[in-house]
Design a binder for this molecule. Structure first.
Ligand SMILES: NC(=O)c1ccc[n+]([C@@H]2O[C@H](COP(=O)([O-])OP(=O)(O)OC[C@H]3O[C@@H](n4cnc5c(N)ncnc54)[C@H](OP(=O)(O)O)[C@@H]3O)[C@@H](O)[C@H]2O)c1
Length: 279
């Protein structure tokens, strides 16, 4: 495994498994199998309603808790719930997480961020992050944070390389964790001829070339998959290195194209929605 060092000196694996849209049984299976294969980073969220299943998957893997980097996210409905962090830890079955985000800049997100800072000070979160806080939201948070976050989790892939955001991140040494790293499975991204050509050169699939580009950009990647062969492939990306020219060619595919367009109306809906947690 390769690691990145965060701005608080914590080390984080560069590849992990994402669990968005995985029903509890799938999440448990994917996490258990991934950890057995050698993964050591798992990303979930209150909103995925699979934190209990992720906790079961971690236990079933037989891997020690302290060898797994667990990332989860508070949903806006929890930002003013002073027990939100403890309830999240209880669902996961752990007494700390390695990374705790606020998931969306919705509702009383500053109260959510204050909960992260408190959890960090109490050792319940070893690092903290903001998710989907591009543009005006990170601008505002910068004037209010007491602890600089270690991570931001945002959509990023070769069609959308987050050029603008990265200027701010460099200033504070905040790491980018890419969501939709493979374009959420979009075929036009995966079928770009450049990836096939580089895959041929390195003996890798197009998905593996894309994921290696992320890690060489300094991003942490958390591809999601229900497919054990893909989960294995997605970890097997650290035994080759793209050249600087190849990295530039891939970054040159950027066409400022997001797959997910969030509106202000959606942020309002996010603030109203309460996840129905697994019992
Ligand atoms: N913070 C946020 O708001 C936010 C939003 C979205 C996602 N996320 C996080 O980011 C993670 C990744 O996002 P995502 O899972 O939606 O998108 P993704 O990783 O870009 O794409 C997942 C899709 O790619 C396919 N895939 C995975 N590995 C592959 C491979 N080696 N070859 C070919 N196809 C492959 C999967 O299908 P198979 O199942 O067939 O492999 C699935 O359809 C999520 O699980 C979640 O943890 C966060």
């Amino acid at each position: 495994m390769e690691y990145v060092t965060l701005n608080n000196n914590l080390e984080c694996p560069v590849v992990g498994i994402g669990t968005y849209m995985l029903a509890p049984a799938d999440a448990e299976n994917s996490v258990r199998e991934a950890l057995k294969m050698g993964y050591s980073l798992v990303d979930t969220a209150n909103a995925y309603v699979n934190e209990r299943a992720v906790g079961r998957g971690i236990k079933a893997s037989g891997i020690n808790r302290d060898e797994v980097f667990i990332s989860t996210k508070l949903w806006p409905s929890e930002y003013e719930n002073s027990n939100a962090v403890d309830e999240t830890l209880a669902r996961l079955g752990v007494d700390y997480v390695d990374l705790l985000y606020i998931h969306q800049p919705a509702g009383n997100w500053l109260a959510g961020y204050r909960q992260l800072e408190k959890a960090y000070r109490e050792g319940k979160a070893k690092s903290i992050g903001i998710s989907n806080f591009e543009g005006k939201y990170i601008d505002e948070l910068q004037t209010k944070w007491e602890i600089v976050p270690q991570f931001i989790q945002v959509e990023a892939h070769p069609y959308f390389t987050q050029k603008e955001l990265r200027k701010i991140l460099d200033k504070y040494d905040i790491r980018l964790m890419s969501w939709y790293p493979l374009g959420h499975g979009d075929k036009s991204l995966i079928n770009e001829p450049l990836f096939a050509a580089l895959g041929e050169k390195y003996g890798k699939s197009s998905a593996q070339i894309i994921l290696r580009w992320h890690t060489q950009m300094g991003f942490v990647v958390i591809p999601g998959s229900r497919n054990t062969a893909h989960i294995r492939d997605n970890l097997n990306i650290l035994d080759f290195t793209l050249t600087d020219e190849e990295m530039d060619e891939i970054s040159g595919l950027d066409k400022d194209q997001r797959y997910y367009h969030r509106t202000d109306e959606q942020l309002d809906q996010f603030a109203m929605w309460h996840p129905q947690f697994e019992k």
